[in-house]
Design a protein around this ligand. Structure first.
Ligand code: DHB
Ligand code: FE
Length: 408
């Protein structure tokens, strides 16, 4: 009786059932896959440099719909056809054996991926242009959706965002990296990721009990999000990677505040959810350090795009218990002062102070430290410019704070 075949080490051929499938691919699809393979190859090369091995990476490539020939070819500077021909003819020639030492031909500078990986002009990499901070009170979203922004109660609040809306028209980024907390909407107590990055192509607005808000779906940036996940996880931050998620008011209200009621949001958005709902929540210090890791990740994304990082939630508010309705104008404004001028010192403030001074939901403010940590002055660059600062009490139960810091 034949033994079951557990594994056939044959990189040159597709497994049989797939081979038939591949043969049926239209020429156009095959062509598109070739172009796709080039882009994905660059990403896989980056994964290799940061410690991936080819069999693990093959799984990522397969998820992207690439054949092994496309993946291995792209990682060794060959086309799919060249790689396949080489393997059919018996594999890599012993002539081609590479040696690493001295000035051997396996040195990165002699390899095609080395050339691709050479330092690019700083101008051609992604950049964080500004950080942006705002409360995300759901009633603000309802006021916009129900056309109440001109009412006496709401008018002073929306007036505080007028400058920012104009500024944003001039400074629309390609991508917003939007730090917010999920309010037990996408994640219940079944599963509580401390930090979750949305790597999907799109995210639908969630139904939080009143039907989904009438706002556009959020278009993500899977490539940049995956790149950030890869880089930040290698920098010791354990992110949860989320490929399917609905987004709640924490994310959609800030977008509505800035962009009104468009048919489509004017840029891509990477949702980044932080658990500040269920203890234990991350410290301000950890959030601040995470922001620095995010900045580093964005700065080595090989595309000339402008990224803004938004921190949302807060300021002082408590929605439940004996202290419901708590607001603290003084503490909030000191927080804004320190966020601008002493973020490292501010990041040392313990949870208990947020809760005591800013209420049980005021802890949302730790998320602002992620955005602040991603600014260039934290890495020795010049101080950011304060483009706008606004504080207003109240919106619903909450003190509303807003800040725009531009990188210099
Ligand atoms: C309110 C504020 C929030 O940040 C939130 O998530 C829910 C409600 C409020 O003030 O009503
Ligand atoms: Fe909230």
């Amino acid at each position: 009786m034949a033994q079951p075949v557990l594994h056939v080490a044959d990189e040159g051929r597709q497994p049989r059932p797939l081979q038939g499938g591949r043969a049926r691919l239209s020429r156009r699809m095959a062509h598109d896959r070739g172009a796709e393979a080039g882009r994905a190859g660059a990403r896989l090369n980056w994964c290799m440099r940061t410690g991936g091995n080819i069999y693990f990476l093959a799984k990522i490539g397969a998820t992207d719909g690439l054949s092994f020939q496309q993946m291995a070819g792209s990682m060794t500077g060959m086309t799919e056809e060249e790689y396949r021909d080489m393997m059919i003819k018996g594999g890599r020639s012993p002539e081609g054996n590479r040696y690493l030492g001295e000035d051997g031909d396996a040195q990165p500078q002699h390899q095609p991926q080395g050339a691709a990986g050479k330092n690019k002009e700083p101008d051609s990499m992604a950049k964080i242009s500004a950080s942006f901070y705002t409360s995300h009170v759901p009633a603000i979203g309802a006021a916009i959706d129900l056309k109440k922004t001109g009412e006496a109660y709401w008018q002073p609040l929306f007036a505080g965002y007028e400058y920012s809306k104009e500024w944003m028209k001039e400074n629309t980024p390609d991508v917003i990296f939007l730090v917010y907390n999920d309010h037990a909407t996408a994640f219940s107590l079944d599963m509580i990721p401390t930090f979750a990055i949305g790597t999907a192509a799109e995210f639908m607005p969630a139904d939080e009990g009143y039907g989904p808000r009438p706002v556009p779906k959020v278009i993500g940036h899977p490539e940049l999000a995956s790149h950030i996940a890869q880089s930040v996880i290698q920098d010791d931050f354990d992110l949860t990677i989320v490929n399917k998620m609905e987004v709640d008011h924490g994310l959609t209200v800030p977008l509505s505040l800035m962009f009104g009621e468009p048919d489509a949001w004017p840029c891509k958005v990477i949702p980044f959810a932080v658990n500040v709902v269920q203890y234990p929540v991350p410290s301000g210090r950890r959030c601040f350090q995470l922001g620095q890791a995010i900045r580093k990740a964005v700065a080595c994304f090989d595309d000339d795009i402008k990224v803004q990082i938004w921190g949302t939630g807060g300021m002082s508010h408590q929605l439940q218990g004996a202290r419901a309705g708590l607001l603290n104008r003084e503490w909030d404004n000191a927080f804004l002062d320190r966020l601008i001028a002493d973020p490292a010192g501010l990041s040392e403030v313990p949870h208990i102070e947020y809760v005591r001074e800013a209420g049980s939901e005021g802890i949302e403010l730790v998320m602002w430290l992620i955005a602040r940590g991603a600014m260039s002055d934290i890495q020795g660059g010049p101080a950011p410019t304060v483009k706008h600062r606004f504080y207003h009490i109240p919106a619903s139960n909450t003190a509303v704070g807003h800040l725009i810091l531009e990188n210099n």
